[in-house]
Write a protein that binds this ligand. Structure first.
Ligand SMILES: [Cu+2]
Length: 170
């Protein structure tokens, strides 16, 4: 027989369980939010924003070339928001020369956050997990063509593009 005094307890427990389930569902559906540091980078005023989207669940950048004038302050964005596969973590790492691509790409596999200590790295975004965007703000280097790669282990041979720095209009 159900006693009246049991009812609030049962409702209370059910409420707690429901609350936990909601919290768990939210935790699974949402990627971790941007860090305060990343929020500040996204809020920063820049001359130009250069967005490099990743192709959904693929080891591929959706753009091959990004262009801005030398000396401009740019925000470089890795946009991994289309992706759902947990293996498809990406970044954008700009290096000085074509020769540096192989060296940096290989060293990155075992480096902390996949960023080796190498002078040829001009700029890099943090790793973007599925559903995330990450960014870095930097000053465009002298006019020229600079390779960019994803240094997540195994990706750099497939994920390559070019940052083109143009002569600024005077
Ligand atoms: Cu990648």
């Amino acid at each position: 027989m159900l006693r009246v005094k049991d009812i609030p307890v049962r409702v209370g427990r059910l409420g707690l369980v429901a609350g936990l389930l909601v919290a768990l569902a939210a935790g699974c559906a949402e990627p971790p939010g941007p860090s305060p540091e990343q929020q500040a980078i996204f809020a920063q005023e820049v001359d130009q924003e250069l967005v490099v989207p990743a192709v959904k669940n693929a080891m591929s950048f959706a753009v091959g070339e990004i262009v801005a004038p030398a000396g401009a302050t740019v925000r470089l964005v890795m946009d991994n928001t289309e992706t759902t596969s947990p293996a498809m973590v990406h970044n954008v790492v700009v290096v000085e020369t074509e020769r540096a691509v192989e060296r940096v790409g290989q060293a990155a596999a075992t480096a902390p956050d996949n960023i080796p200590d190498d002078d040829a790295i001009l700029a890099y975004t943090p790793l973007a997990r599925p559903g995330q965007r990450t960014a870095v703000v930097f000053t465009m280097p002298p006019p020229g063509r600079y390779p960019f790669i994803c240094t997540y282990p195994g990706h750099f041979r497939f994920m390559q593009g070019t940052l083109v720095s143009t002569i600024p209009d005077v």
